[in-house]
Design a protein around this ligand. Structure first.
Ligand SMILES: CCCCCCC/C=C/C(=O)SCCNC(=O)CCNC(=O)[C@H](O)C(C)(C)COP(=O)(O)OP(=O)(O)OC[C@H]1O[C@@H](n2cnc3c(N)ncnc32)[C@H](O)[C@@H]1OP(=O)(O)O
Length: 285
């Protein structure tokens, strides 16, 4: 069994009683799932301190939790993080730097599967972006159908800034949310948007002052589907996203080979090494 179920009060609403499902599959317990008994909505919280970097294990947990939620016929999912300042810091660059090629292949295959699961989810999804959300964090948020963000954080696809060319799946979920011209410029500039700017361009749907307010806004969004037939809803969503999903399913092997070839180039490895060093030394200046 993937989850153990225990009862507890919710950290989000304080009083509403919820079921907490804890991941047993991973020794790191990198995901927490809470189901609100009243609404039937599940809150999936990334829990990999300090900054929820997407390593192989967290990516696999995200995919498994989505599959579990679909099997349980969850009525809606809110994706957030247990951190107070970071939704997700994006891919764990240590997975890409001086990699074991076998693990790198496994890593990217897992990322593809996570994208397929979250972008194509049969269950309605909302992201409660309660902190910074660069690169892979932004990809995850834009896989969801609705985004509520707390103020004074940043979100965007900054890969170009440190020399990575975003692969198709990274572009697609961004393009699905933003007008093409804004998406193209932002990707080419490697731009990170403040919460306010993200709202102005449509990268997020709403701002919320606190996590609790953000949670209520996500709930309100998910409740808009209450009177809609779930099968009709899901098939309609597939009509919008089906081609993107099929393109990746059919092109998975090529996408994987392109990714490995790109990441293992000497020039890219040098840039990744420099970026890791820069991140590590950031606070010492
Ligand atoms: C075809 C090839 C391309 C594939 C691309 C696929 C698309 C996705 C790409 C990515 O996601 S690449 C990752 C992009 N992410 C970033 O650029 C974010 C960088 N990090 C930050 O800006 C900040 O860390 C933060 C997220 C805003 C959080 O700031 P905070 O002050 O709270 O924490 P820090 O002290 O900065 O970080 C803590 C700790 O974590 C290390 N670290 C941070 N980000 C990464 C990372 N992405 N990969 C690896 N390590 C990271 C940081 O160095 C600190 O570690 P120590 O130095 O203390 O050991």
């Amino acid at each position: 069994m993937f989850f153990q179920i225990t009862k507890a009060a919710t950290p989000l609403t304080g009083c509403r009683r919820q079921l907490i499902l804890r991941s047993l599959s991973s020794s790191t317990n990198n995901i927490q799932i809470e189901v609100d008994n009243k609404t039937g909505f599940a809150t999936v919280s990334m829990n990999r301190p300090p900054v929820n970097l997407l390593n192989l294990e967290l990516i696999n947990s995200l995919t498994r939790s989505m599959k579990e939620m679909e099997q349980n016929k969850s009525r809606g999912i809110i994706l957030t993080s247990t951190s107070n300042s970071v939704f997700s810091g994006g891919l764990d660059i240590k997975e890409l730097y001086r990699p074991d090629v076998q693990r790198l292949r496994e890593f990217w295959t897992a990322f593809q599967d996570m994208w397929l699961a979250w972008y194509g989810s049969a269950v309605p999804t909302a992201a409660l972006i309660n902190g910074h959300s660069p690169a892979g964090g932004c990809v995850l948020a834009t896989c969801c159908e609705y985004r509520v963000m707390l103020p004074k954080f940043t979100i965007g696809l900054n890969e170009a800034k440190f020399g990575l060319v975003p692969p198709p799946v990274v572009r697609i979920s961004f393009k699905n949310v933003l007008p093409l011209r804004i998406a193209e410029l932002a990707l080419c500039q490697g731009k990170l948007f403040t919460s306010n700017d993200a709202l102005n361009i449509g990268l997020i749907d709403e701002l919320a002052k606190t996590k609790e307010e953000g949670y209520e806004k996500c709930v309100k969004f998910l409740q808009t589907f209450r009177k809609v037939d779930p099968v009709a809803r899901s098939l309609t969503k597939q009509q919008f996203r089906g081609k993107d999903l099929d393109d990746l399913r059919k092109g998975k092997q090529k996408d994987l080979n392109d990714f490995v070839e790109h990441v293992t180039q000497d020039d890219i490895q040098m840039r990744l090494g420099l970026y890791l060093e820069q991140l590590h030394n950031r606070k010492k200046k």
